[in-house]
Design a protein around this ligand. Structure first.
Ligand code: ADP
Ligand code: MG
Length: 548
């Protein structure tokens, strides 16, 4: 049945018929008891009906024009529909909508939400502000490097400070601007410079348009009354025209940088000219700066950090934010000393601090009595174990709330938090496994096959043997045993396998490998990768190796 037919049917009946009286229904029930084929309105379950006679009958009925009783079932099908849509049974979303005792505003628990209050980060925020206030005085602030593990509030604090800085600069009308770049997304020198260049070109355009507007106003009044020019820097109307023409040329010459294709030095000089077009102090925030350096080296930072000596009108200051405490080890010493003029560390939160953070958010996110007393302390405790990660704490709280909501509970309980912890952990594993490079996936699959075949204390040699067979089977390149050993170490670091080195006395040392993630889920993720092709079919073949 098409949607259209359903619609028509329901509409017809709603228009033409009222709900059956109580006693009418009784009659139908009684009549139906004698007849095997009878469908009672109250018996109909939409899901069960699909594919059986009931719906077929409905179709026939509709073709005949609809709206009347059906002899074959002895029941007026219109009433059936009425029952379904109007009365005791609920639509797909009704149940979910009606019971909503949990969330008031779930968005507040999402990572995209920028909190207005950041408890336990006052020191770090004040340090940033003390350094950056120079920008509001027209001086160049020192470059800043911010360190801290994920979820310690670096991005949230930096964004908070940058909003304050920009709003204060507007209040006092000082030319100070903050540009925020997430280097995990914008991860090459070209892209960083192009993004900056285009931002400033856009700003310059707006600036030029403003000036042009006032100059054209001046031009038209001065044409009638040249006295108007007396308190301006123009002597004649021609001077004004000349200035207008200059600005128009400037505007035209500012060419936005395409996302690819230009030589990097052209992108750099375009950015340079755009930023120096006007007097201003610019703070460039490079979040996840370690990702940029990892992916494309330190050229970007080198170029940015030496710009001030060449800029005429503007000054830039760099604020780098890194999750990796050791990333400066990879930097050119000049870049390292220039970038690290000031360093601010964001230590992990402890369980008590996480409680405060969660409480602040929970007050806005949840309905009045939705949380039982254990929920926030437990989320805080779990996240404190996870290197004091506030993101994890918030994820846990949100997921626990969602699980409670899904099970139609009235409150979020400790059990929901524990379930949430398991779910998040499994999601993490699935995501890590899903995004492994193909070769690592084959290595991991080899370990899974060995475990599934009851091999304990798996050693690297055994993994390598299975790995080779699997590669042959799916036509993948075969890496050396050394490389496979490296890949196993990487899997160990990711927490997917556990590899311990054991001494075998005079036979040297070997690794004993075991899986540290749920085997079935992990296998399912691997098998869902089309690049691993028919690796599943290779199993019996591998298995046979253990038979002899
Ligand atoms: P990082 O950049 O250090 O990885 P974020 O700043 O992204 O961490 O913080 C992770 C999550 O925790 C975000 O949702 C953020 O709003 C929240 N958060 C972190 N610190 C605090 C805090 N002190 N108060 C309130 N929320 C916080
Ligand atoms: Mg961050």
């Amino acid at each position: 049945m098409t949607e259209h037919e359903t619609d028509r049917h329901t509409t017809d009946t709603t228009d033409s018929m009222d709900e059956p009286e109580e006693d009418e229904r009784e009659e139908q029930k009684e009549a139906g008891d004698d007849d095997e084929q009878t469908v009672r309105p109250s018996d109909i379950d939409i899901h069960e009906s699909i594919g059986n006679d009931t719906l077929d009958d409905l179709d026939v009925e509709l073709e005949n024009g609809g709206g009347s009783s059906t002899e074959s079932t002895g029941v007026d099908l219109d009433e059936v529909v009425l029952e379904e849509t109007k009365d005791d049974s609920k639509g797909l979303f009704d149940d979910l909508l009606s019971g909503e005792p949990i969330f008031e505003n779930k968005e507040v628990l999402r990572p995209s939400y920028t909190p207005h209050e950041l408890p336990h980060r006052t020191d770090q925020i004040n340090q940033m502000a003390t350094i950056l206030v120079s920008a509001l005085r027209g001086e160049t602030p020192s470059n800043i490097l911010i360190y801290g593990k994920t979820g310690t509030g670096k991005t949230a604090s930096a964004k908070f400070v940058s909003q304050e800085l920009e709003s204060t600069s507007q209040k006092y009308d000082v030319p100070c601007e903050v540009e925020y770049i997430n280097c995990e997304v914008t991860d090459t020198q070209y892209r960083v410079l192009a993004q900056l260049a285009n931002k400033f070109i856009e700003k310059n355009h707006a600036l030029i348009d403003d000036r042009l507007d006032s100059l054209r106003d001046l031009r038209s009044t001065a044409a009638d009354d040249s006295e108007r020019l007396s308190d301006t820097r123009f002597d004649t109307v021609d001077d004004v025209d000349e200035r207008i023409a200059d600005l128009e040329t400037d505007r035209e010459e500012m060419e936005t940088v395409p996302m690819t294709g230009w030589p990097t030095d052209r992108v750099y000089s375009t950015f340079f000219e755009a930023v120096d077009y006007n007097e201003r102090v610019v703070v460039i925030m490079l979040d996840e700066i370690d990702k940029l350096v990892e992916k494309s080296g330190d050229d970007t930072l080198y170029n940015l950090s030496r710009m001030n000596s060449e800029l005429d009108n503007s000054r830039i200051s760099i604020m780098g934010i890194s999750n990796d405490l050791k990333f400066t080890d990879f930097l050119d010493p000049r870049v390292k000393s220039s970038l690290g003029e000031e360093e601010i560390v964001f230590p992990p939160y402890d369980a008590n601090q996480l409680r405060d953070i969660l409480q602040h958010r929970a007050d806005i996110a949840f309905k009045g009595d939705a949380l039982t007393d254990d929920v926030i302390p437990l989320c805080a405790a779990f996240a404190a174990q996870e290197h004091g990660d506030a993101r994890r704490a918030l994820d846990l709280l949100r997921t626990a709330g969602e699980l409670a909501e899904r099970s139609q509970a009235d409150t979020v309980e400790e059990a929901h938090v524990r379930q949430a912890q398991d779910k998040i952990e499994l999601d993490r594993v699935v995501e890590v496994v899903r995004t492994l490079p193909t070769q690592s996936k084959i290595v991991l699959f080899s370990i899974i096959l060995l475990e599934k075949n009851g091999v304990h204390n798996i050693n690297t040699g055994e993994v390598f043997n299975i790995y080779k067979r699997l590669c042959e089977e799916i036509d993948a390149d075969i890496l050396t045993q050394r490389r496979v050993t490296d890949l196993i170490s990487e899997l160990d670091m990711l927490g997917i396998v556990n590899a311990v080195v054991v001494s075998k006395g005079r036979y040297g040392r070997t690794k004993e490998i075991s899986l540290s993630v749920p085997i079935d889920e992990t296998e399912a993720v691997l098998l869902s990768d089309s690049r691993l092709g028919n690796i599943e079919d290779a199993q019996p073949f591998v298995q046979a190796r253990f038979d002899n």
